[in-house]
Design a protein around this ligand. Sequence first.
Ligand code: COS
Length: 388
Amino acid sequence: MALDAESFELLQSTLRRFIRERLVPAEDVVEETDEVPVALVEEMKGLGLFGLSIPQDYGGIGLTMAQEAQVAWEFGHTALAFRSVFGTNVGIGSQGVLMDGTEAQKREFLPKVATGELVMSFALTEPDAGSDAAALTTKAVRDGDDYVLTGAKRFITNASRAGAFTLMARTGGPGPSGISAFIVPSKLAGVSLGKPDHKMGQRGTKTCDVLLEDVRVPARNLIGGVEGQGFKTAMKVLDRGRLHLSALSCGVAQRVVNEAVAYARSRKQFGQRIGDFQLVQAMLADSQAELYAGWSMVQDCARRYDAKPPGASDPDVSMRASCCKLFCTEMVGRVADRGVQVHGGAGYVRETKVERLYRDVRLLRLYEGTSQIQQLIIGRALVGRDAG
Ligand code: COS
């Protein structure tokens, strides 16, 4: 059951206030310390943020995709590290269990995911399998009531916070059909973490390698109880994640426009506000128009996503989610670049917010499928696999 419109409006205004009053003022601390303060994480739990997308039957809030997109937009107004704390629980970490898990798996894991007691991460990428996800080599070999997993996962968001991973490993032959998805508790013997990745931006977000050495995972943790479905589960999870990131990109673009407009209204050169110059207005106008286009796409695609049966895959919606990811993440890159340009030299120093925003948004065009992978998905959907 989705949240009714009135309750959703209340949630949205509460979150808006939380972001403005609690998160925005903490952005500099996150940037300096590379950590999200524990007290804020606890407040996020209290607000139900870890369970936004988990149905009420499993203890969450049960937002529709259209509602979740609105929330992602709101969180684009502050440092992306805050959303990242609960982002994997709402999206790629938990959705595989929700979409394809057995009822027993859902009952065991989702209520803890919804409260934030359990953080779940998504482990697909490997050192030699990034864009070509179907080339992954982490092995899962059945041994009695367990599978024994060996391999390495790379750039895993929230790995250091995670109590469990939705992890893709190979149970069969080469290619997508040999891949299965598992729920792998992080405390199992043989699971270890690599050093934290030092990233260009998004300080406060946590990524690192996850190493698996003869990890015995109970067979009951095979998602859905069926081998060979893991790649499709991962792709469905990513469709949804791409739409969420598109909404987030629009939120960040709005923040950049707000920052640039405020600066253009206050900064004076040649005896007048720089915002009175048409060349500055042109930059603001291009950003506003592109942001509006991106947000319209996201809202349309989210409505289509909600119209299909939950957990089912629809190639047309997948293609449109890739259109959103491609357009919105590239769009926010351009908007952030103009945001710096409007600020002039001040935009290159850390005292202005646009400097951080410019670095932070760079990742959006890379993770959950690069822009080139989105182009590939859209292109294939249009002309078919055998063409060319
Ligand atoms: N939903 C459901 N099933 C899907 C799907 C989707 N969105 N996309 C593909 N599938 C299915 C296909 O239908 C196919 O099934 P059949 O064999 O039954 O026909 C199977 O999965 C394999 O699909 P495909 O042949 O398209 O796989 P490819 O190896 O060619 O790769 C891409 C597809 C490149 C699109 C995929 O590897 C990809 O998205 N790569 C980027 C990975 C990524 O985003 N990484 C980020 C990690 S998380 S930060």
